[in-house]
Design a protein around this ligand. Structure first.
Ligand code: PLP
Length: 229
């Protein structure tokens, strides 16, 4: 990340690392915490919540649990919104208003607002999650009206691209959308500051394109083995 920032002429502090701990256990998260990492991404809701409980129980007494941040980066079905609202700090994958409304209604009063990125399907894959780019602003405005959610930005998961130039081109389309929305300076979108872009294979291109948060799993924890379905 530091090298990519240098190559892009960006200050390293402008890009945050979300360590994607899906399929890894609480022990791996605790090891990363000991190394200084604080923000973790999970795809599968139940797995994530179970892990949070285990991590919380095993955290060193010198570290408040609230120092950690948990980001939901997986698809959310309606019947999972309550768990997400009660346990996560951020959600990157809101792509319809119905899910946002449930998250807002179910966010407990004692917690700060849930931080929301909407997922945008920048490369237009027909079967993919995410709103079309031309619908992103409308969804953001609708999310911004919900009392227990805070709009933070946009996220995308482009299909695998074969090389840096191809990765950069697709990430730049997400960046243009981000810049367009940012430049509106709409008071209700105050807080819109996050471009969640890039994973292990394409984080250099994502940082070059302007990502403010890369979601890295393999590069931090190693290769994953998925449990049989
Ligand atoms: C798994 C996952 C990642 C991390 O992928 P790596 O290639 O292991 O870095 C990032 N974002 C999302 C949405 C994921 O599902």
């Amino acid at each position: 990340m530091a090298q990519a920032c240098e190559a892009a002429g960006r200050p390293p502090a402008d890009v945050h690392l979300l360590a994607v701990s899906k399929t890894f256990g609480a022990d791996a998260v605790l090891e990363a915490v000991a190394a200084g990492q604080r923000a973790f991404g999970e795809n599968y809701i139940q797995e994530g919540v179970d892990k949070m409980v285990a991590v919380r129980a095993a955290l060193p007494a010198t570290l408040a649990y609230g120092a950690l941040q948990w980001h939901c980066i997986g698809p959310i079905q309606s019947n999972k919104t309550r768990q997400v609202a009660e346990h996560f700090d951020w959600v990157h994958t809101v792509d319809r208003i119905k899910i946002a409304e449930r998250l807002s209604a179910q966010r407990p009063d004692h917690l700060p607002p849930l931080q929301i990125c909407i997922q945008v399907n920048v490369d237009g894959g027909a079967t993919k999650s995410g709103v079309a780019p031309d619908q992103a602003l409308e969804l953001l405005r609708a999310v911004a009206k919900l009392p227990r959610l805070q709009v933070r930005g946009i996220m995308s998961i482009p299909d695998h691209a074969p090389n840096f130039a191809a990765q950069l081109a697709i990430h730049e389309s997400a960046r243009s959308l981000f810049d367009h929305i940012f430049a509106l300076h709409e008071p209700r979108l105050e807080g819109f500051d996050t471009l969640s872009l890039g994973m292990t294979a394409d984080l250099e291109a994502a940082i070059q394109a302007g990502s403010t948060m890369v979601r890295v799993g393999t590069g931090v924890f190693g290769g994953r083995t998925y449990p049989a379905a």
